[in-house]
Design a protein around this ligand. Sequence first.
Ligand code: ADP
Ligand code: GLC
Length: 477
Amino acid sequence: MKVLYVSNEVAPFAKVGGLADVAGSLPQAVARRGVDIRVVMPLHRSCPAIEQCSVPLPCLSVQTPYRALVASVLQSTLPGSDVPVYFIKYDPFFDRPDPYGEGGTDYPDSPQRYAFFARAALALDHALGFRANVIHANDWPTGLLPTFQRLNPHGRPTVFTIHNLGYQGSFPLTVARDIDIDPTSPAMPLVQLGARINYMAAAIRSASVISTVSERYATEIQSSGSGHGIDDLLRDRAGDLHGILNGIDRDDWDPSDAPRLPAAFSADDLDGKARCKAELQRLVGLDVNPRIPLAVAVSRLVHQKGLDVLAEVLPRAVGRPMQFALLGTGDEKLERLYRALAQANPGRVAVSIAYDEDLARLHYAGADIFLMPSRYEPCGLSQLIAMACGTVPVVHSTGGLADTVSEAPPDQTGFVCHYLTPQDLLSAITRAVQAYETPDRWRPLMVRAMRQDHSWTKSAREYVALYEQARRKHAGG
Ligand code: ADP
Ligand code: GLC
């Protein structure tokens, strides 16, 4: 089995959110199952320089119906593995400060950038003589790949994974010409949604099979309340839509082998966690106090994450003995809101407006409680990382959060708020703080959270089965 895995973000080369974590770790787990899997991504500005890569091809000619563009290709591997990663280097499109856009808005030429990327990934597969049996595309930037394959008489089976239905790549109809899709061609009914071109819709209609990143989210997105306006397309494909839970790279996030943390710790020896907590408190300017429960959030600051609801109850939450530290960037209004909360609660609330991997690790390791009140959450990796670090999650019961965190004894791993109202959220936080105050309850809870198996083992097996299913389906089986 040969799989071409296509993603706009791959950790550690370019990361905006969890998609990068998945694209950097799932292919390794799939490769361990004997699959020849290769990763393709654009060469974003944060990716390695040419001196750190090999050059597998002299150049790559990317043919579109109207013109050919010439890109170059750099090659590296996913760290710690021999899974190849190919970077498509085309600076006019990808040598930019951010993979998607600026100030929360996609670059105006996004349709062209990703139409080009989809075509370049296919051209690369051909030029390398790889001829993947399955093409695995991820989220809207790769949404045209399944459509191009479906319309090609020699097209290959495709798996399309939805990581977040809230971002669809929806553009005015006029972009059809800019992306070399003739409005009278058979591609048009696949890419058009009402008076727009929609990359996510194109993929949902065209892929051999579709997956998303938790079972609960697979069900939720088929309902009008959570389907972001395209639930009908998903219901049409209900038989081909599968929920496969994300894993995390346990080695990467293991606090017992953590050179980037001030102290290591494990479920058997938690002493180092106290040092991480003291260091986090010191670094972000909270009162250094081992006894007060420390809650954190590490998040993109966007509406999805429900942090506006948290902001409403935070003054009351930290009125009890609790501290809070936020690490995040994004929406300016949320940044301002949280800065004001930090100013009003010195020593109790700390806010770091930054994207910082090492600081994120310290938050996960040093905290007692992880807050994730997302309005919706396809899977969520942050709560899994927190649990691996013995930081007990408080979550809204939605999507992957509902599938990975339970408040029900005897298997309790966290605290769950069933309705995302300020009252319910405050009540869940209060239950967590009360549990913290009873060490006989808290320690077993931390240890149980740490011992959850969120490795990729099971899900990688499910993806391989999905690749086989895509091949059968494509062959008409
Ligand atoms: P999403 O993909 O919706 O952002 P996930 O929970 O799946 O949510 O993944 C988020 C990933 O991004 C995690 O690896 C998290 O640690 C990381 N992350 C989010 N915000 C920051 C930040 N400000 N600094 C460093 N890492 C961050
Ligand atoms: C998206 C989702 C998040 C998920 C991640 C990786 O960014 O918002 O829930 O964990 O993709 O699949």
